[in-house]
Design a protein around this ligand. Structure first.
Ligand SMILES: Cc1ncc(COP(=O)(O)O)c(C=O)c1O
Length: 394
């Protein structure tokens, strides 16, 4: 049997993580892996999560099956967080997915049933998993222009031109906020234009919402999703609780479908459930229940929001500090874009050779496309990082 298989390539991030772990240098810096880290270089368990887990532990009486759609309270809490009651509930259907990836996978499977072999348009560049996930379900991925490598901001005219050229059979995958890997995001005015373009062409929006609250705040980060959903009749959203609740390994996600009316919503819901049943049968519940407990309790919600805000503002502070350190040393504004970017990542736009040199000579690890995770910047070593970046690019 296995003789027919070829070795598959693993996501390069896992290779980089192994290299970093094996590097004996004590001054190494990990800007590669995409998880939030605090000032002690730890990915913490949020205190609201700890409290919710304690309550679950003390109160749980059973581990019986939850059902195919998963934890309804979790989904309802997430829908409230994302839409704030602004979408008619009769048009919304949800199922839980194992993480944001699981949610995306369910939604892509349903879309591939609606448009067999259909085209899905992905930002260039994008999270490396979008492309293979689309291929796995039989959709045909294509890129639309997104990042301007010269300005390190969104090449919006090129993006909009591409979107304007699409039609009702096309699916467009949009990063709802905190674009991965670039860190370059649409302004609210640009979201308005994207929504208007989708309405005009009839192209279908699939929004990847993996970093709600990591950019400009929970409300501000929801602008794009809310705008699109308010403008077009149908959309899908994949919500991840991995980053904003720090629940990476618990795999908490929600697949959300917005249909034109309740009857159509019921059909989409049956398809989502059918996909779950035939793949994982039932979604996991531990992370989902943690988020439900937090969002159901005003005190825990407030505690979680305050922690999330601390994480978000820390990342912005690190961005500003790095830019200031580079400016102070070089008098150059070339890296100012880092402070304009939002979310966990920035694409520095460095050549491969420079990325390699930083790793080999300075022990500074980043993804080979030169994406850095700003949360990995040690606050007391920003100057060192600025020196190394400037020396490597001199
Ligand atoms: C853009 C994007 N989408 C989705 C995900 C999925 O996250 P998870 O499956 O861990 O919830 C990630 C995680 O890195 C991401 O960066």
């Amino acid at each position: 049997m296995f003789e027919t298989l070829e070795k598959a390539t693993l996501d390069k991030i896992f290779v980089l993580m192994a290299e970093y772990a094996a590097d004996p240098r004590t001054n190494k810096i990990d800007l590669g892996v995409g998880v939030y880290k605090d000032d002690k270089n730890v990915t913490p368990i949020m205190s609201a999560v700890k409290k919710a887990e304690q309550r679950i532990h003390d109160g749980a009486k059973t581990k019986t099956y939850m059902g195919v759609v998963g934890n309804k309270g979790f989904s309802a809490g997430v829908v409230k967080l994302v839409f704030d009651g602004k979408v008619d509930e009769s048009r919304i259907r949800t199922v839980n997915g194992p993480g944001g990836t699981g949610a995306l996978s369910i939604l892509m499977n349903v879309l591939s049933r609606a448009r067999k072999g259909g085209k899905i348009w992905i930002s260039d560049p994008s999270w490396p998993n979008h492309w293979p996930m689309a291929e796995l379900v039989g959709l045909k991925p294509h890129y639309y222009p997104y990042f301007d490598a010269r300005t390190r901001h969104v090449d919006f005219p090129a993006m909009l031109k591409a979107l304007d050229g699409l039609g009702p059979d096309d699916i467009v995958l949009l990063h709802a906020c905190c674009h991965n890997p670039t860190g370059a995001n649409l302004t609210n005015a640009q979201w308005d234009q994207v929504a208007a373009s989708l309405k005009k062409t009839g192209a279908f929006p699939l929004l990847d919402l993996a970093y709600l609250g990591f950019g400009d705040g929970l409300e501000a980060d929801a602008y794009g999703v809310r705008r699109v959903v308010a403008t077009v009749p149908e959309a899908m959203i994949a919500f991840s609780g991995s980053k904003n609740f720090g629940l990476y390994r618990e795999r908490a996600g929600v697949a959300i479908a917005i249909a034109k009316d309740a009857a159509s919503a019921d059909i989409v819901s049956s398809q989502m459930q059918n996909v779950i049943r035939a793949t994982i049968s039932q979604p996991p519940d531990h992370g989902a229940e943690i988020i439900r407990v937090i969002l159901d309790d005003p005190e825990l919600t407030a505690e979680w929001k305050a922690e999330l805000e601390q994480m978000r503002t820390r990342m912005i502070r690190l961005r500003q500090k790095l830019v200031e350190a580079i400016r102070a040393r070089s008098n150059s504004t070339d890296y100012d874009f880092i402070a304009d970017h939002r979310g966990m990542f920035s694409l520095l736009g460095l050549p491969q050779g420079v990325v390699e040199k930083l790793k080999l000579e300075d022990g500074i690890y980043m993804i080979n496309d030169s994406r850095i995770n700003v949360a990995g910047i040690p606050e007391d070593r920003v100057g060192e990082l600025a020196d190394a970046l400037l020396a490597a690019t001199r």
